[in-house]
Design a binder for this molecule. Structure first.
Ligand SMILES: [Zn+2]
Length: 488
């Protein structure tokens, strides 16, 4: 009997000794798979620093621009180091802190759902990277890593990496301590520093009111924080409703099923500081002055502008001009179609402002000239020319509006990252003529000259005494009318 038990024990031990052989390959797999993914995520962030900075700004993080570079580098180099197994445990420690930080700052709701709604906790972006980092931090990188080779090269003990010793603190008598730590240590210190900086952000202890607005089948949940406003909450709600209605009028639907709208108050008058982000399924923050009047809200364009941003796919930084161009060109048209603004005022403003979008000397095309004028009005000029050309080629049956609706209906909202080519081709397909892709080829890398004065004349627009006068006999008068006519 006892010999049977011995045999079984022996078999058990041998079997699991074999399974233990999988430790290093498993750790290698964890490192390669998630390390590589993390490096790619960092690489993506490094190429979209503007967006990352905007996102960090929306989270109220201190020094958002520096933080964007820093976090992108942590992810990129951390991911690479993790994958090849260089400074593995130190890297895993840095990444663990980084991922906890990501939970605390950007996915706080998911973090607090760890017990009540675990699915939410698992679904947050930092989750898998946190687990992978913790595995390497606690169990080490395994034998298949650069650290292991370095150790052998330095004639240091190469015993099991799961024993909890740290390569970077090992020093031997008569030999200088193993270096390569300087980089990793300052890395670590910087992360700790940023982490404590974040914790020290004072919590705003202010009053907060909430309301909900419905637009088509979408819901907009608004939060108002800060000092009391002169305008009533119901007036504020009307302002949000109007902006949403304008977007629905132009696009035939609201671009996202749910929008989180954060309204902050500031000391002063007017509306300012609008920013739109794809986080949480659509997030807009905007500031309203405590002295803002009903008239100020009535004439506000900024909230509609921000909402238009939700209707187009998220672009790489170099194509930011098309995002701002669409918002700049569409916002007044959408408000006209919703009965909130006048066509004569819009054309007056276009004649006044469109020249700001013309190329100046040294211009290298829209993708490479990131001035304010070329971003906002250069982008608007692109939209305007595309609108005219689509209408000309379709005998005024279709316009940019149909192309943009086509892009949104194909899933191209801000919640999705699309290459610009995909967005433009989708728009062209929706109207049946290739205008957007061709115009982009013309305008992306070089300064395309545009004779605006001749276009105003063809459209039948003349500016007199601070207002636009229309000539319905002009060649493109019908197109001018069609641009602002409400759709059914
Ligand atoms: Zn904008």
């Amino acid at each position: 009997m006892s010999s049977l038990i011995n045999k079984l024990t022996n078999l058990h031990d041998r079997f699991f000794a074999l399974v233990s052989l999988l430790q290093s390959p498993f750790l290698l797999l964890v490192r390669l798979y998630w390390g590589w993914q993390l490096a790619q995520s960092g690489w993506g962030k490094l190429h979209n620093l503007g967006k990352v900075t905007d996102f960090f700004t929306s989270l109220n993080l201190p020094m958002p621009a520096q933080m964007a570079v820093f976090i992108s580098c942590v992810e990129f180099f951390g991911g690479l180091f993790l994958a090849i197994g260089l400074f593995s445990r130190m890297t895993a420690l840095v990444l663990t802190i980084n991922m906890i930080m990501a939970y605390v700052t950007a996915d706080r709701e998911a973090l607090f759902s760890i017990i009540s709604d675990p699915d939410k906790f698992y679904a947050a972006a930092p989750y898998v990277f946190l687990i992978a980092s913790l595995i390497i931090l606690i169990f080490g990188p395994g034998k298949f890593c650069v650290d292991y080779l370095l150790r052998r090269f330095a004639h240091l003990p190469t015993t099991a990496t799961t024993e909890g010793r740290n390569l970077y603190t090992v020093s031997r008598p008569g030999r200088s301590s193993v270096t390569g730590t300087g980089c990793a240590n300052s890395f670590y210190l910087q992360v700790c520093f940023s982490f404590f900086l974040l914790l020290s952000i004072p919590q705003r202890l202010r009053g907060e009111t909430n309301f909900t607005v419905e637009a088509a089948s979408a819901k907009i949940d608004a939060t108002v924080t800060g000092d009391a406003l002169k305008v009533s909450d119901s007036r504020l709600k009307q302002w949000v409703q109007k902006a949403a209605d304008a977007v629905v009028a132009y696009y035939g639907r609201y671009p996202v099923p749910h929008l989180t709208l954060q309204i902050r108050s500031f000391e002063g008058k007017g509306v300012r500081g609008g920013q739109t982000f794809p986080r949480d399924g659509g997030f807009i923050r905007i500031a309203v002055g405590s002295q803002t009047s009903e008239d100020d809200l009535n004439s506000d364009w900024m909230l509609a502008h921000e909402m238009v941003h939700l209707t187009f796919p998220n672009m790489q930084d170099e194509h930011h001009w098309i995002e701002e161009g669409i918002a700049t060109y569409i916002e007044p048209i959408a408000r006209i179609q919703a009965g909130q603004f006048s066509a004569s005022r819009m054309w007056f403003e276009l004649v006044r402002d469109m020249p700001k979008g013309l190329p100046q000397s040294g211009d290298q095309g829209l993708d490479h000239t990131h001035t304010w004028g070329r971003t906002y009005w250069g982008g608007a000029l692109f939209c305007f020319l595309a609108d005219l050309e689509i209408r000309k080629q379709t005998q005024n049956k279709n316009g940019l509006q149909d192309a943009l609706r086509g892009i949104l209906n194909a899933g191209g909202s801000m919640l999705n990252d699309w290459p610009i080519e995909k967005a433009l081709q989708t728009g062209d397909r929706a109207v049946g003529v290739e205008v957007l892709a061709k115009l982009y080829e013309e305008m992306r890398d070089r300064p395309m000259p545009v004779d605006l004065d001749s276009l105003w004349k063809q459209l039948g627009i003349r500016v007199e005494n601070g207002a636009a006068q229309f000539n319905d006999e002009a060649a493109l008068a019908a197109i001018r009318n069609a641009i602002t006519t409400p759709r059914t």
